[in-house]
Design a protein around this ligand. Structure first.
Ligand SMILES: C[S@@+](CC[C@H](N)C(=O)[O-])C[C@H]1O[C@@H](n2cnc3c(N)ncnc32)[C@H](O)[C@@H]1O
Length: 339
């Protein structure tokens, strides 16, 4: 039988005859909606190539298959357009009604092969275009990227408020005139001293972000990275950041966006459940700084999907030195009962 299958008894019987064989049924199922070479069909079905070729020959003779040249190989596909309506319906019925383990495994292997092929043909960059930040490639971590970007910086005297044990300072100190790490915790400052011992332009200071122990206008840049959620009085902490900035200096603040995961936040000793964009912008502006950016800049990819806000703010060159706001009286802590 050659040429397109005709819509008659002979055609229907011909198709039924072709379908009455498990290998041909497998091959047709695989070629329905995909273009595959003989070698690929052999790989997927794990049948001897000679057997695959013989059955493909029968399907080809019945003009059920279309051929397409791709580089060095010929790919085949089921040409549904050539099937008259009755045969097309018959084939659809057979496909829909055949729920078989072998066919399901074939389909899985076919999808894996097609994915491999796409990756091989397109190459990684084309494959991940538009979503590169979510896709792994060897060595391309955010840390490596940050370490590279640091090369663009030319910093003056930097204050790192709530510095932690000096991780950021190891990055920034080589690009700054000086870096001062301020943290409330003596243990953290001791760890920072050890980590930063070899950096000559680093100063360490145990102190409170609400009462910075520095004269007005001491720093060119103030960093507030993940420290504001520890502030019992964020307004005062930001006012202090402004006070110690030189006119023309910059504040960069990174903090959690508002959330409802109080228990998690408390387990990290945080006292504020993040800040809304409006609240943060208002707080920074009320402290006397001009805000050029206040946005959610990242969202964690694991639950509960914490979001992070980044603020870029600037102390105008011609502002007066602000006076310290009055510290609200803090309630005295109850003494823990000793039993
Ligand atoms: C989450 S860590 C952030 C460390 C660092 N900035 C970073 O991003 O890697 C917060 C730090 O703020 C410090 N901290 C908490 N309350 C503070 C306060 N009132 N004044 C100064 N530092 C404070 C903590 O001791 C801790 O080291």
């Amino acid at each position: 039988m050659s040429g397109a299958i005709t819509h008659d008894l002979e055609g229907t019987v011909g198709l039924l005859g072709l379908l009455a064989d498990p290998t041909r049924l497998r091959l047709l199922s695989l070629l329905d909606g995909a273009e595959l070479s003989v070698a690929e069909l052999t790989r997927i079905t794990e049948l001897p190539q000679s057997r695959v070729s013989t059955h493909l020959g029968r399907l080809r003779s019945a003009s059920l298959l279309a051929e397409h040249r791709a580089g060095n190989c010929t790919r085949l596909t089921l040409d549904r357009k050539r099937l008259p309506a009755t045969e097309a319906k018959l084939w659809s019925l057979v496909r829909a009604q055949t729920d078989d383990r072998v066919l399901a495994a074939d389909r899985e292997r076919r999808e894996a092969l097609l994915l491999d092929r796409r990756e091989h043909e397109a190459g990684w960059p084309d494959l991940v275009a538009g979503q590169m930040e979510h896709r792994y490639s060897p060595g391309r971590t955010w840390e490596a990227t940050a370490r590279g970007l640091v090369g663009l910086l030319r910093l003056g005297d930097v204050l790192d408020v709530g510095s932690g044990d000096g991780v950021l300072t190891t990055l920034l100190a080589p690009r700054a005139r000086s870096v001062t790490c301020l943290d409330r915790s003596p243990a953290v400052i001791a760890a920072a001293a050890e980590r930063l011992a070899k950096l000559p332009n680093v100063h360490l200071c145990e102190g409170d972000m609400h009462d910075l122990p520095f004269p007005d206008a001491t720093f060119d840049q103030v960093l507030h990275f993940h420290a504001l959620t520890y502030a019992t009085d964020p307004h005062r902490a930001l006012h202090e950041a402004h006070r110690v900035l030189r006119p023309g200096g910059d504040l960069v603040l990174v903090t959690l966006h508002e959330h409802r995961h109080t228990e998690i936040a408390r387990s990290y000793s945080q006292v504020v459940d993040g800040f809304s964009i409006d609240e943060l912008q208002r707080l920074v502006e009320e402290a006397g700084l001009g805000v050029s950016c206040c946005d959610i800049t990242s969202r964690e990819r694991r639950k509960p999907y914490f979001e992070v806000v980044t603020v870029f703010a600037h102390r105008p060159a011609d502002t007066e030195v602000p006076s310290r706001p009055r510290r609200p009286t803090t309630p005295t802590k109850k003494k823990a009962k000793v039993s």
